[in-house]
Every structure is written in C-alpha cells, then in structure tokens.
Design a protein around this ligand. Structure first.
Ligand SMILES: CC(C)(COP(=O)(O)OP(=O)(O)OC[C@H]1O[C@@H](n2cnc3c(N)ncnc32)[C@H](O)[C@@H]1OP(=O)(O)O)[C@@H](O)C(=O)NCCC(=O)NCCS
Length: 189
C-alpha cells in the first residue's frame, strides 16, 4: 500500500486537483455560504470566519497515513478558476477503505468536472494508494450526487432510514461503493 502519501497535483484532461490556497477564500466562501449548495451537506451554510477556518484546516491536510487523514483539494477548470472541492478520507488502513465526496460551485455544474475529478481520485485510490474499497454517503434526495455515483460505477449498498437527526429533520443516508476490481474491470464483480 502506498502510504503515507503526500499530495501532489492530479491532472485530468480538463481539470486539475490542487491544494487550496489563501486566494481561494472568496470563491470558497461563495460556494460554502450558498444554502442551495449546502442543502444536502452535513453542515449549514458557513459564515466568512467559518470558511476562513475551514480553508486553513483543509489546505494543511496534505498527507494520507492514518485513519481519518483526508485530502480536500480544489478543482480548477482549464482557465485555472476554482470550480469546487473534492474530498478523500482514509477510513481504515487495515481494510484499505476511503470515503469520497464532491462539491461544485453552481456555475461549474453540468460540465462533467465532478466526474472527471472523482475519476482522478479513484485512479489514485486504486492505483498508487493500493486501496480496496471507496464509498460515498449521501442524502438519497440528492439526485445529482446519486447520478454521479452511478456514472462512476458505484453500487448502491445501503439505504439507512431516518438514522440521523440533521437540520431539523430525521434524514436518510444512501451508501454507494466501488471495489478495486470493479474499477479496473467494470464487467467483473
Ligand atoms: C453533486 C454535484 C457535484 C454533481 O454535479 P454535476 O455537475 O451534476 O456532475 P458532473 O460535474 O459530473 O457533471 C455531469 C453533467 O455534466 C454533463 N456534461 C456536460 N459536458 C460534459 C463533459 N464534457 N463530460 C462529462 N459530462 C458532461 C453531463 O451530461 C451531466 O449532465 P446531466 O446531469 O444533465 O446528465 C453537484 O450537484 C453539487 O455540487 N451539488 C451540491 C453539493 C453536494 O450536494 N455535494 C454532494 C454531497 S453528497
């Protein structure tokens, strides 16, 4: 297994995954303070001080070595503009499992940027990192996120019913996952 792993930028055909920088603050704030963007996230729309703190925390998260270590790189479009963030958290070293997540700025929706960014992280996970399983958890009402999981070939593994009190209501969670062998050969499960 390729751990520890220190972040280096990941280049796709159109987008690049790169570390967050101090000058991303305005774009990150615009995204994370938007109630529509945050509708299905675990957190409420964030204030500027909250986003500033999150940026400092996430920009420093550049090493995967132990459970709960995570990366939160920026997605940059072909012009270098901040288009969103990706998330990869090492869940277990023994089980070689990680969680993946994604958020796009509203203007960047519908261009395939999240799919391309997720494929870069899945290639990394099942290649250099040597992981066995990557999963995503989402609110099943989040149809754009469900569609993204399906585009990536992730299997629907679970639907947890009202297991979480979130934002004033009992909330369901969907679990989608993909194994290394499924990523390498989508025809063989
Ligand atoms: C979830 C989320 C990242 C999905 O974004 P998205 O834009 O639908 O996903 P992608 O970037 O992969 O783009 C796919 C769309 O781009 C289209 N597209 C256009 N050009 C494309 C190209 N060159 N390549 C691939 N797809 C392209 C696809 O057809 C697809 O459109 P469709 O949804 O009408 O079928 C986005 O809705 C989001 O940020 N939501 C708010 C935050 C959130 O809820 N995050 C998830 C928490 S679990």
């Amino acid at each position: 297994m390729g751990l520890p792993w220190d972040f280096t930028p990941l280049h796709g055909e159109r987008i690049v995954l790169d570390t967050l920088r101090p000058d991303d603050l305005d774009a990150l704030f615009a995204m994370q303070s938007d109630p529509e963007v945050c509708r299905y996230l675990l957190y409420e729309a964030r204030s500027l001080p909250e986003v500033r703190a999150a940026l400092a925390r996430d920009a420093a998260a550049t090493r995967l070595a132990s459970p709960d270590d995570y990366l939160q790189p920026a997605i940059r479009d072909p012009e270098g503009r901040f288009a969103g963030t990706m998330y990869l958290k090492l869940e277990s070293v023994d089980d070689r499992t990680a969680e993946i997540g994604w958020i796009l700025a509203p203007w960047a929706h519908g261009r395939g940027y999240a799919s391309e960014a997720a494929r870069l992280l899945l290639d990394l996970s099942f290649g250099e990192l040597g992981l066995h399983r990557v999963y995503a958890e989402l609110d099943p009402r989040n149809s754009a996120s469900v569609a993204l999981c399906r585009r990536l070939g992730m299997r629907h593994e679970a639907h947890l019913v009202e297991h979480m009190w979130l934002k004033g209501e009992w909330t369901d969670t969907g679990v989608y996952a993909i194994l290394e062998r499924e990523w390498r050969d989508p025809g063989v499960v």
